[in-house]
Design a protein around this ligand. Structure first.
Ligand code: 3H9
Length: 689
């Protein structure tokens, strides 16, 4: 697991457990032994620590968390490394994250390749660094800069890391050779610069800045147990000696590993990776080459999807029916790129290159020579069938034909072509250039290589693809519809929009459903209910009054003078009362917990139906969709994971009660939920029959 080569007085220890060289028990033991051997070897004057593969070290092995610890522990290994009588230099060729960066920080020098990324992302897993990171990084770059990095968990580029002082140099050529040179220089000079010994960075100004940032962080997210712990650990480093402060960090780390928030976040991390494994789609399924793409429709979705291709370096053509729509669409895209360049998130050269990769064309006949064509036209079955039957005649043989529909039957769309095996759904989320999630809709006849290629393309676009089956609204929107329906019902029963929204934001969503509806536009749901059926008495009445939400200054809330946050409107509250009376529903009051149950349990129930029908392969795919497409709080692990924490028996019983109270039989627990509840089971243990 660790290769050891000694030459010219330098032992090069190479971690060789790609893809991420995680510091699991076997790796820690191998590393510890290799160090001991290098230190004992009289021919060795200095040590270089390198790694095989694209990633230097991806951190501690997350799968070991919560299990009995196998010695040696990472802090113990790092302590011995830190105390080494021979200088150790880390050669960081790729990502050094979490325990990986902590390992490098315990070395006496660090050099990095330009592609390296260095960070302490533990916060994203609900924990804090637990192998000295909260102590060594502040000593190296100052408490404020270190805290800022640990708080976001975002890695720094090699260049930035050098500017901050995390690495001694960025090396363009042979990284290991540069590390050897540096290690020998240290050996010659007799210096053993240990980060733990530094205190020059802990200036009063930096401490003050840290305290201000810490206060702000805690205020922003008062329930985040790990943010509190991070503040305490970092502060300990300013108030106590290194060893005492490390002990504080260690205790905080151990507590957090058992925290349900961290368990949920770790679950979400693996759920995301599990989604890449599609049952029945072997890894070695052939792929079709994709060099160019076409997007049909220059609307918000079409433009956003085109940007994704361009950002990934794939030339893309946007096809419209008339010049005006095309120009408007392309201008919007250019405006978005110009905005990014102005904010500094891309360079001007990148802006120009990205704009340059997007071309426009009028007429579907221009779709003839692309390897993938994504239709992002109007959400109407007639329109889509027309486009696909024409595409069938136009597109080159073997081209992948994808629809960006968010609801419609992809089998029916495929059926108008003579090549249904080449058709599938790619449901991007709005704004498509920002949102990571893509529901990849595998239709009945979609060929395995088409699905595998589409998944690869989505990854090239830096997206998170999750494969789903065909049904109305697929996984995400189908469950959302349940929540919307329950929300309307709550209004009629007396929970006002602001109370429902407050319960939902209290649960952890960034926005409540009614504020969200106002932002998206109430006309959208209203029109789609007109087309597809269904009734939302309150939302429909508002839309009929021309109250479309923020864009008209009025929706569920009032938005005077272009305000972005709505205020309560007595007119809406009176309207709700009238609609409730018409429906013969009596008012009562609801606690926030009851509101959450009324909204979320029906979603869980729909999730169970989705599993029964095989629309999603596993509960964790549903969770990945909800966390990444609908802002479900990641620390609650997605609706299915959350349901397990609530208890399926509780949920099933409540659903039966809701069904009785509302007279809506569709609220009754789905057979799968009923069975798991009766058995004392969990979604986590469910596998498809
Ligand atoms: C930590 O370090 C705590 C310490 O402070 C204290 C300790 C005492 N563990 O993402 P990929 C697996 S906490 C176990 O697809 P990429 C992953 O599941 C850790 N497994 O590759 C996948 O498995 P599979 C702090 C891990 O190239 C495979 O490796 N570190 C770990 O797109 C490939 O992963 C982090 O939070 C791990 N640490 O991205 C970093 N990492 O093939 C977490 C990965 O079976 N990792 N796996 O599905 C990452 O961000 C990305 O994996 C990385 C590579 C950027 C490294």
């Amino acid at each position: 697991m660790v290769r050891q080569e000694v030459a010219g007085g330098v032992a090069v220890l190479t971690l060789a457990n790609p893809p991420v060289n995680a510091l699991g028990a076997a790796m820690r033991a191998a590393l510890d032994a290799a160090f001991a051997q290098a230190i004992a070897d009289d021919s060795v004057r200095a040590i270089v620590l390198a790694a095989e593969g694209r990633v230097f070290v991806g951190g501690a092995d997350i799968t070991e968390f919560g299990k009995p610890q196998q010695p040696p522990s990472l802090p113990d290994v790092l302590e011995r490394l830190d105390a080494s009588p021979k200088p150790v230099v880390a050669a960081i060729g790729g990502a050094a994250l979490g325990g990986g960066l902590e390992l490098a920080l315990a070395c006496h020098g660090r050099v990095a390749a330009p592609a390296a990324k260095l960070g302490l992302p533990e916060i994203k897993l609900g924990i804090i660094p637990g192998a000295g990171g909260t102590q060594r990084l502040p000593r190296l770059i100052g408490p404020d800069a270190a805290f800022a990095m640990m708080l976001t968990g975002e890695p720094a580029s090699a260049e930035r890391a050098a500017a901050l002082g995390i690495v001694d140099a960025v090396v363009l050529g042979d990284l290991v050779a540069a590390a050897r040179t540096r290690a020998l220089e240290l050996a010659d000079s007799g210096a053993l610069p240990r980060v733990r010994d530094r205190s020059d960075t802990l200036t009063p100004d930096a401490q003050k800045a840290f305290e201000a940032r810490a206060a702000e962080a805690v205020k922003r997210d008062p329930d985040a147990t790990n943010v509190h712990a991070l503040v305490r650990a970092a502060r300990a480093g300013l108030e106590r000696d290194f060893d005492a402060a490390v002990a504080v960090e260690r205790a905080e780390f151990r507590t957090l590993v058992e925290d349900p928030r961290s368990k949920a976040l770790r679950y979400a991390f693996f759920a995301e990776r599990e989604a890449a494994r599609v049952p029945g789609l072997p890894k070695d399924t052939p792929r079709r080459p994709i060099h160019t793409a076409a997007v049909i429709g220059a609307g918000t979705m079409g433009g956003g999807i085109a940007m994704c291709f361009s950002n990934a370096g794939i030339p893309v053509t946007v096809i419209e029916t008339e010049e005006g729509a095309l120009t408007r669409g392309l201008d919007r895209v250019k405006g978005l790129y110009a905005g990014s360049a102005k904010r500094g998130s891309i360079t001007e050269a990148q802006r120009d290159a990205r704009i340059g990769r997007i071309t426009g064309a009028i007429g579907l006949e221009n779709a003839s020579h692309f390897e993938i064509v994504i239709e992002a036209a109007f959400e109407d079955m007639g329109v889509k069938r027309e486009i696909f039957s024409r595409l069938d005649a136009i597109a080159k043989p073997g081209a992948i034909l994808a629809t960006n529909t968010s609801y419609l039957d992809v089998n029916a769309i495929a059926a108008v072509t003579s090549r249904p095996q080449d058709v599938l759904g790619l449901h991007f989320f709005s704004p498509a250039n920002v949102m990571r999630l893509v529901e990849v809709v595998r239709a009945e006849k979609t060929a395995p290589d088409v699905l595998a290629t589409a998944l690869d393309v989505a990854k090239r676009l830096n997206k998170l693809p999750v494969t789903v089956g065909v049904c109305f609204g697929f996984v995400g929107n189908r469950m959302l519809e349940r929540r919307s329906r329950a929300g309307e019902r709550l209004l009629l029963e007396g929970a006002l929009p602001h109370a429902v929204d407050a319960a939902v934001t209290g649960f952890g969503f960034k926005m409540g459903p009614f504020a969200m509806g106002d932002l998206a536009g109430l006309d959208i749901g209203w029109r789609s209910r007109k087309d597809f059926g269904g009734r939302a008495p309150v939302a429909d009445s508002l839309a009929e009054m021309g109250r479309f939400g923020q864009k008209t200054g009025r929706g569920f809330y009032l938005y005077p003078d272009g305000a972005r946050t709505g205020s309560r409107d007595p007119e809406v509250e009176a309207l709700i009362g009238r609609v409730a009376a018409e429906h013969g529903v009596t008012h009562r009051s609801f606690s926030a917990d009851e509101i959450v149950a009324r909204l979320m349990y029906p979603m869980v129930n729909e999730g169970a139906r989705i599993l029964e029908e095989g629309i999603a392969a596993r509960p964790s795919d549903i969770d990945t969709i909800w966390i990444n497409g609908y802002n479900w709080p990641a620390w609650r692990g997605g609706p299915m994971h959350w349901a397990d924490t609530v208890g399926l028996k509780t949920i099933a019983e409540a659903l039966s009660r809701f069904a009785a109270e509302t007279g809506d039989d569709s609220q009754e627990p789905a057979p799968l939920l009923r069975r798991l509840a009766a058995e004392g089971g969990r979604f986590a243990d469910w596998t498809a029959a």
